[in-house]
Design a protein around this ligand. Structure first.
Ligand code: COA
Length: 190
């Protein structure tokens, strides 16, 4: 049974996952929201100005009133460098789909895998989901690698499933982890 608990602050070795605030606008714009490289495989266009970022943050902050909002700022060395959250929550079927992005200056240091693992542990342990999924463009293998490193299993590829910002039809691979997989991995780690 799902118990929605919202965007609770989570701590990892190097990161704090916390609520966004409107004061994050300048860092968010500079570090990732204005970047075409970051948004290449995402559903949104790069922001045109810090004011645009501030507007989005205003909407996100009011969403925190809803207990089924899961949208964390990833704070590293005292500034936000990216975001991670649940992009689709199916309460009836007890599953959540994760989405994430981070500024290019911080890629390939294991930071998103660290953030995603904390979110996965939280969603299984405290929110009691039965399944977590991550989908990524085949042309964006780093995201698939994050899913693999967090123990998700490859489940298949949908052809031409997503039309990118650049108008390209992209193949999308799906990864998933069930509560039973997660519990087994935790038992084996003891
Ligand atoms: C995808 C993204 C979140 C990864 O963040 P990150 O902090 O660099 O991820 P990690 O360092 O935890 O792991 C990345 C892994 O991908 C690997 N990788 C990077 N580029 C790769 C490539 N071109 N091919 C294969 N593997 C690649 C890295 O080597 C690393 O694996 P390793 O630790 O086994 O060496 C980041 O690249 C990003 O924000 N991209 C733009 C937004 C985006 O695409 N979001 C996902 C949408 S589905």
């Amino acid at each position: 049974m799902i118990t929605h608990k919202g965007t609770k602050t989570l701590y990892t070795k190097r990161l704090i996952l916390r609520h966004f605030t409107v004061e994050d606008a300048a860092d968010m714009y500079k570090n990732w929201a204005s970047s075409e490289e970051v948004t290449r495989f995402l559903t949104w266009q790069p922001h045109s100005s810090p004011e645009a970022t501030k507007y989005v943050l205003g909407l996100w902050c009011s969403d925190y009133e809803k207990p089924d909002t899961y949208n964390w700022a990833i704070e590293y060395e005292e500034r936000p460098i990216g975001s991670i959250g649940v992009v689709r929550f199916d309460t009836q079927s007890e599953h959540a789909e994760l989405g994430y992005c981070m500024g290019t200056a911080f890629w390939n240091r294991g930071l998103m895998s660290e953030a995603a693992q904390a979110v996965i542990d939280y969603l299984f342990a405290e929110v009691s989901v039965n399944r977590i999924g991550i989908s990524h463009a085949v042309k964006n293998p780093a995201s698939g690698r994050v899913a693999q490193k967090c123990g998700l299993t490859y489940e298949g590829t949908k052809r031409a499933y997503f039309k990118s910002n650049a108008g390209e039809f992209l193949d999308i691979s799906d990864y998933g982890i069930l509560r039973s997989d997660w519990e087994l991995a935790r038992r084996n780690a003891l």
